[in-house]
Design a binder for this molecule. Structure first.
Ligand code: MD6
Ligand code: FE
Length: 218
């Protein structure tokens, strides 16, 4: 312990926490850029509005979604897939903002995935009670590439399971500014989020949580 250690303690980023093999939680990783990220989300949503998509089974998803980048993730009665166009506007998705590309690549590098090239950024908006049931991310062509996830706004419980839907998940509180990077051995593990709590809020967003996930699609 040097005399200056405590002066710098609050400025140094938290050490990455391993949540499973190949999966890392980077607490506070985007705290410094959080307000810029929230502005960017609003800009994207002005061109590609948030919408509640329908699953192949006919249920409306409780999280509202938008996308930017070369590909957006869509679901309807026909199935889950990536699309180069927004089905709502029939226009290409808004381009991936440089700030988002840079942050996603930097988070991946810190977690040990130095060559990550994000092609899609899916934006999820959770309001009170919205959730994401346990699922695998398997609509991408390349499971060698990781996924980078950024959390903004109200906190939520993230559930991280195993290769079987029935594997008991571990729970991680994802807070404003946190990043999760996920690949390697756990790339196809089941995961989801618990319903956004009635009292969950953040000064910048109120009772709303945003999640950005970046993927290599092709
Ligand atoms: C969410 N996240 O945090 C939902 N998928 O709102 C995901 O489904 C997810 O955070 C793959 C990798 C990271 C994630
Ligand atoms: Fe997922």
């Amino acid at each position: 312990m040097s005399p200056t250690d405590d002066l710098f303690a609050d400025l140094s980023p938290a050490a990455p926490e391993q949540i499973a093999e190949g999966a890392w939680l980077l607490r506070g990783f985007v705290l410094g850029e959080a307000e810029q990220l929230l502005d960017t989300i609003q800009q994207v949503a002005s061109q590609a509005p948030f919408r509640h998509q329908v699953t192949p089974g006919g249920y409306s998803m409780s999280a509202a979604m938008s996308s930017c980048g070369d590909w957006g993730w869509v679901t309807d009665r026909q199935g889950y897939r990536y699309s180069a166009k927004d089905p709502l506007t029939d226009q290409p998705w808004p381009a991936l903002p440089a700030l988002l590309h840079e942050i996603a690549a930097r988070a991946a590098t810190v977690a040990g995935y130095p060559d990550f090239e994000p092609q899609a950024c899916l934006i999820n908006r959770y309001e009170t009670g919205a959730r994401m049931a346990l699922h695998q991310d398997r609509d991408e062509a390349d499971f060698d590439a990781p996924i980078v996830s950024l959390s903004l706004g109200a906190p939520i419980s993230f559930l991280f399971g195993g290769m079987q839907r029935s594997d008991k998940p571990s729970r991680w509180l994802l807070q404003h500014g946190d990043a999760v990077v996920w690949g390697g051995k756990s790339r196809l593990h089941f995961h989801g989020v618990a319903p956004l709590g009635k009292r969950a809020e953040h000064p910048l967003t109120g009772a709303v949580r945003y999640n950005l996930t970046f993927r290599k699609v092709t």
